[in-house]
Design a protein around this ligand. Structure first.
Ligand code: ASP
Length: 423
């Protein structure tokens, strides 16, 4: 996209966000009425995810040439993701221990939160509750039982695994494989062209999503008390997210990827605002891929591998949030956590974020693993439920930013920038 039109788009998106905030904040009813425009945008993005992930992974892996390169690329990517997630969790833990936002309460669960709690527990029922269970679930979920069922249910991890194997095998069957690779290459380009068009719907879509959600919260009048009651907790989460997003990740970008932080942030501005408004890394993925390849000049090969994997398993913001929330719950129940327990939180938050899907409020559900690991009451989730919709947006933005920084760093390590054109 030419820089002029991309500046224009950015301006429109900012106008969309501001209009959404004012509309939803001052006229909640109208905000709720326009929500459907946001849902349309969200659905259109989701529709792109499966064909985009599969085609870009298949073409990407078939262009690697040697399967050992996949091992190296995969190893580096996972190592980078794990390291940044662990740093994010550590920042969250230090802040929540220092700020100590949770005060022991007399009566933990109010009637209304009991009701919402039931919804959460229902969602938690089929979730793994121990670390071993979680690892087993992640491993078994990597293999699809039925490809089409996985597509229909938006199970991205098994589709990534299948596409990697499929793309790899295509390179071993000569001419016949080449035809299929070209076929997926064309699908990939066509989907990218649709995503390119969809970007122009982003200002209205993003604005409407924000207006709708703020409207649902009762406008400014309804949101403000929510923020005040949980102000110290929400402030701790947001401060930790900001430190990670504005200091740690930029440092990685500057020194490991040798990129200009401001320029890269500008490239990612539309996807980041989309992440904030949709609360979904998966829905944002098509825009992340499009912007990194078209404007970020990251090689298509790196982006097509790192971004889908990142949107599925790399959640810096979610891991950080789960750790802060768990300690906040402990503080609110007057439970003292020792060093051992704090380390267990660090480990489980890092791993349970991998298990969280890139969809709204998925982190709230996998948080049960962290709570269980250190024997904290699961009902404690009810304390933070009311503000989760807002914090979800903030952490999703950092999740997507983390994926994009990962793509830049891995691309530099792989030294594949020059080879972009060879695809
Ligand atoms: N909504 C987050 C995402 O899509 C996951 C979560 O923390 O709930 O990245």
């Amino acid at each position: 996209m030419a820089s002029n039109s991309s500046n224009k788009l950015l301006l429109f998106i900012i106008i969309g966000i501001l209009s959404g905030i004012f509309l939803g904040g001052l006229a909640p009813d109208i905000g709720i009425e326009v929500q459907f425009l946001g849902d349309l945008f969200l659905k259109s993005l989701f529709a792109m995810v499966i064909p985009l992930v599969m085609s870009s992974m298949i073409v990407g892996v078939s262009s690697l040439g040697d399967v050992r390169k996949l091992g190296q690329l995969g190893g580096r990517t996972v190592a980078f993701f794990m390291a940044t997630t662990a740093i994010a969790v550590s920042i969250g833990l230090v802040l929540v221990l220092v700020i100590h936002p949770g005060m022991p309460l007399e009566n933990h669960i109010t009637e209304s939160s009991n009701e919402s709690m039931q919804q959460v527990t229902t969602r938690m029922e089929d979730k793994p509750t121990t670390l071993i269970d979680l690892l087993k679930t992640i491993l078994t979920s990597m293999v699809p039982e039925n490809l089409f069922a996985a597509m229909a249910n938006m199970e991205i991890l098994p589709l990534i695994v299948f596409s990697l194997v499929f793309g790899g095998v295509l390179t071993t069957i000569g001419e016949k494989g080449l035809i299929v690779i070209r076929f997926f290459d064309s699908i990939n380009e066509a989907i990218m062209a649709i995503v390119h068009l969809l970007m122009w719907a982003a200002p209205i879509g993003i604005g409407a999503l924000i207006a709708g959600r703020l409207g649902e919260a009762g406008g400014f009048a309804g949101f403000w008390p929510q923020l005040q009651t949980l102000g110290a907790y929400a402030g701790t989460v947001i401060l930790a997210l900001l430190i990670h997003g504005l200091i740690i990740l930029p440092l990685a970008l500057r020194f490991l990827a040798k990129k200009s932080v401001m320029a890269y942030a500008k490239v990612m501005s539309a996807p980041l605002m989309t992440a904030f408004s949709t609360s979904s890394s998966s829905a944002t993925m098509p825009l992340t891929i499009e912007n990194l390849i078209e404007k970020g000049k990251i090689s298509r090969r790196t982006v097509s591998f790192v971004v889908p994997l990142g949107a599925t398993i790399n959640m810096n913001g979610t891991a950080l949030y789960e750790a802060v929330a768990a300690v906040y719950i402990a503080q609110s129940y007057g439970i003292e956590l020792g060093l051992g327990e704090t380390l267990i939180i660090l480990l489980t938050a890092t791993l349970s974020a991998i298990g969280a899907a890139g969809i709204p409020e998925a982190g709230l559900v996998t948080m049960v693993i962290v709570l269980k690991a250190v024997d904290l009451p699961i009902e404690g989730v009810s304390l933070i439920l009311v503000i989760d919709w807002f914090l979800d947006r903030c952490r999703t933005t950092i999740n997507v930013w983390g994926d994009s920084v990962g793509a830049a760093v891995i691309d530099r390590l792989e030294g594949s920038q020059e080879k972009t054109e060879s695809l």
